[in-house]
Design a protein around this ligand. Structure first.
Ligand SMILES: N[C@@H](CCC(=O)N[C@@H](CS)C(=O)NCC(=O)O)C(=O)O
Length: 212
């Protein structure tokens, strides 16, 4: 397998965690976002949206991290990254989607660049936007995790799932932007538990070959 990745991309970080959890070897194909390599024709041939990550497996290209993690789950079921029970799977997917579909898009590089340029924001203005949407998103996520009574060491009891693959990169990013995470004790406890595991440690940005 080949993973088109950028060390700091949280969506790529999700995929790296999932691949490591499943013990799947892959070749990293770095795509530099600051250098704009994701917008070059070559890469648009891989991912028509010009986003990382993308996964190549058996001559086929896959995009969208949630779909790709489900693909890995179906093709390499062990160890599972989804619960056995249908209702529990729906809960895990909900947690993953809160992060991947609602929190992350508002704080993505292209969103931040667009608001900076179009509305004349300085770095502090962009950071305020970032922190606002992190606070909104994590507040709801924390409440869901608590209400569900499903969270344990990880988002779903003591089983690592795709929810954790999404949670850790988002918290990692929030720390980078100095967001206050003290109102989210469940989220931060899950983050700390995950970051003790080799799969998460190996997948983190600073450990990637393209890290600068
Ligand atoms: N929903 C996509 C999100 C992919 C995405 O937005 N990737 C970011 C990096 S985390 C990206 O390539 N950004 C480039 C840009 O914003 O210009 C997924 O889950 O794969």
């Amino acid at each position: 397998m080949k993973l088109y990745t950028f060390f700091r991309s949280s969506a790529a970080f999700r995929m790296r965690i999932a691949l490591h959890c499943k013990g799947l070897a892959y070749e990293a194909k770095p795509v530099s976002l600051p250098k704009g390599e994701h917008r070059l024709a070559d890469y648009l041939g891989v991912h028509p949206q010009g986003l990382v990550p993308a996964l190549e497996d058996q001559g086929k290209i896959f995009v969208q991290s949630l779909a790709m993690m489900e693909y890995l789950e179906e093709t390499h079921p062990q160890p599972p990254l989804l619960p056995a029970d249908a209702a529990d799977r729906a809960y895990v997917r909900a947690v993953a989607q809160i992060i991947a579909c609602e929190i992350h898009p508002l704080n993505n590089l292209r969103t931040l660049r667009y608001i900076k340029k179009s509305y004349g924001l300085d770095d502090e203005g962009v950071n305020t936007w970032y922190r606002h949407w992190i606070a909104e998103g994590l507040k709801g996520l924390e409440a869901l995790l608590v209400r569900s009574k499903q969270s344990g060491q990880f988002c779903y009891r003591d089983q690592v799932t795709i929810a954790d693959c999404c949670l850790v990169p988002q918290v990692f990013n929030a720390q980078r932007y100095s967001c206050d995470l003290t109102p989210y004790p469940t989220i931060t406890a899950i983050y700390s538990a995950c970051m003790k595991l080799e799969a998460f440690i190996d997948a983190q940005p600073g450990r990637q070959p393209d890290a600068v």
